[in-house]
Design a protein around this ligand. Sequence first.
Ligand code: 5AD
Ligand code: SF4
Length: 467
Amino acid sequence: MTASINEGKLSAQEQLYTKALEYERFEGHKPLALIHSFGCQQNVSDGEKLKGMLSAIGFAFTDKTEEAELIIYNTCAVRENAEDRVFGNLGQLKKLKEKKPELIIGICGCMAQQKHVAEKIKESYRYVDLVFGTFAYGDFYEMLSEIVFDHKRVFNQSDRYGDINEDLVQLRDDKIKAFVPIMYGCNNFCTYCIVPYVRGRERSRKPERVLEEVRGLVTQGYKEIMLLGQNVNSYSYGFTELLRAVNEIEGDFRVHFMSSHPKDASRELIDTILECDKICTHLHLPVQAGSDRILKAMNRRYTVDKYMEIIDYARSKAPDFSFTTDIIVGFPGESYEEFCMTKDVIKKVKYDNIYSFVYSRRSGTPAAKLPDDISDKQKGLWLRELILEQREVTSEWLGRFVGRTLRVLPTGEGRKGEGWLTGKSDEDIIVEFQGDKSLVGNFVSVRAVKAMNWALEGIREEDIPQG
Ligand code: 5AD
Ligand code: SF4
């Protein structure tokens, strides 16, 4: 429906830009948009693309709902509580829309890709103007122009994902760390997970495009590049080759990546991490569960022994190698004994951090049909038990760094309050130390002096008394 200039008509993008300029002339400032991204880094990265598109048509940004002309929630569908939060937020906008009818309200992302969610919003949240899924970004200007100029409500849950659109430029919020997607989608169909249904099959970006983007970010002064994909090990053009090529880029920066599926994590991956000085010596390797029966029911396609092989290989080469993981507690049919096997894995691996979740039933996934007779309350107690176990393991395991100097990238004020900075080391460990805010965004050498159950406390090398 986009008309070309040759036909004497303005494109949707140009019309929207003209409208924004008019607004600015009249109001004395650009129209403001609020874009709130929930969920994973991939989603944050999509939100930054949306901001890039809005900036190109003359928008500026705010985080105050009452100031905005346009509010878009970029949503996550991985767990039910993330969805509930979005519905809660949408509910709160109803009054605002009554006061300010020209306000445009939209939701996009993984939740908005699901047809039943789109239906619910169509029927029960009539003041929402725009609902578009993860494949509709390329149609954003057309959708917005239908709302602005034709006063329509727009629903786009198209499931044709086609080629990766390289024209969408991210407007990044962070000036220190940058997310760089290297692939989209997932082919694994873990039985609990909604991602393959809302983000489609795997598509990889060409290495040239990734490298070009990383070079540009390093030139702009970014210090940490996070390569993103649901399963980076199945990057079509060879993930370890990509890592080596990124490592060759000149500059003062480090590289992280996530996530890696254990079924595809190879010895070669570990070797590459250890051989490349800019790649952080850390691997996020989601184990999900500690019993082979549950792993099979989850369709994870590895056993605990297979998982441990990669851990043991890394630790045989680098005894301090840092691992973090994701864990799901209370998958349908999981018994207490099986849950305890997950705690055993935590003890065996010694993670530096875990991200643990109570299983959340996702409609449309195979696991949603399984009988599940453990209550959420009980699962919540298991989760607490797991977290306590992890804290004990982690505070002891972090002790390996006490007395040693780590390279830390401070990113802001520390949890310990005024005068403290927080950042992560190259091993992905949170380190808190005293220092001036001017150090934020620069690599700092910090001597670890104390291990806590969530972080290390340290002293900047320069602040250590000599002698
Ligand atoms: N319930 C709970 N946790 C889930 N995850 C994915 N799907 C679900 C679900 N249905 C978790 C997994 C994954 C992380 C991103 O979210 O642990 O690795
Ligand atoms: Fe979901 Fe499994 Fe794909 Fe991760 S690998 S996104 S858990 S289906």
